[in-house]
Ligand binder design. Structure first.
Ligand SMILES: Nc1ncnc2c1ncn2[C@@H]1O[C@H](COP(=O)(O)OP(=O)(O)OP(=O)(O)O)[C@@H](O)[C@H]1O
Length: 253
């Protein structure tokens, strides 16, 4: 396999682990996510999903193993260096500017995404057009002049995805995008995620199967820091191990 060639996975984890003292939060995780793939990482509370997410984004280094992005070893790189190489992300807690409009939030993200970002050199019309495109992509174009404080929870999530897309990521990581959404908002989010460009590689960390399964090409299920099952959504749903893990956790509707 030619490093960096088309067949090189977007993300390759090789025996990745992370300990916090005596606790192995993530243990010997190996997985390959193909270019343009939509991968869901599922698992109950405490399974290690967020820790794995942070290891991929670089919030802290793994205590074992390697992380490769499009063939490049990024294990030792800090988050902003990973971001420059194409890792985009959203956060479980919102990082929006409540006092600003949707448009201004997108403009801040667009300007922050550019090297030399404090130069403010691009003509405002180009930025406004880019903000408009992003808003259309995440289905909130009608809300461009609305203050973020007036958005619903679901609309905030859509804006967060738009802001992450402003950096033109090659790999987009979403951390529990459906957390706190109403039953009406959830299908809208699923539709939005399904409509993202197919060349974008997407990893969604979720504990909710009803969100994860409709958007995923492949699902990785974690428990106690380890990968316990991996496969296509239809097989995951009927897998006895997955059913046992989720028994008692319930599926929300
Ligand atoms: N910074 C930390 N220090 C110590 N222990 C941690 C730290 N972060 C996570 N852990 C522990 O690692 C384990 C895995 O946690 P993690 O948050 O990755 O799971 P999760 O699958 O994301 O769960 P949830 O769905 O509740 O977010 C848990 O036992 C957690 O308490």
């Amino acid at each position: 396999m030619r490093p960096g060639g088309e067949e090189t996975p977007a993300l390759l984890l090789q025996g990745v682990g992370r300990r916090f003292g005596a606790l192995a939060a993530v243990s010997d995780v190996s997985l390959a996510v193909a270019r343009g793939e939509r991968r869901a990482v599922l698992g109950p509370n405490g399974a290690g999903k967020t820790t794995l997410f942070n290891l991929i984004c670089g919030d802290f280094p793994p205590t074992a193993g390697r992380v490769l992005l499009f063939g490049e070893d990024i294990t030792a790189l800090r988050p902003h260096h990973r971001a420059r190489r194409g890792v985009g992300r959203t956060y479980q807690t919102s990082l929006l500017f409540n006092g600003l409009s949707v448009r201004d939030n997108l403009l801040v993200a667009l300007r922050g995404a550019r090297p030399g970002r404090f130069s403010w050199r691009l003509p405002p019309t180009a930025d406004r057009a880019a903000a408009q495109l992003l808003a259309e992509r995440v289905r909130i174009a009608a809300l461009l002049d609305t203050p973020v404080a007036a958005l619903s929870h679901g609309q905030r999530r859509q804006l967060e995805v738009g802001m992450a897309l402003a950096c033109e990521p090659r790999l987009l990581m979403l951390d529990e995008p459906a957390a706190g959404l109403s039953p009406v908002e959830r299908p809208e989010l699923v539709a939005l995620l399904r409509s993202l460009p197919r060349d974008l590689t997407l990893i969604v960390i979720e504990h909710d199967m009803d969100i994860a399964l409709p958007i995923a090409d492949l699902v990785t299920v974690m428990k106690d820091g380890q990968v316990v099952v991996e496969g296509p959504p239809d097989r995951i749903e009927s897998d006895p191990m997955v059913q046992a893990i989720y028994l008692g956790h319930g599926r929300s509707h």
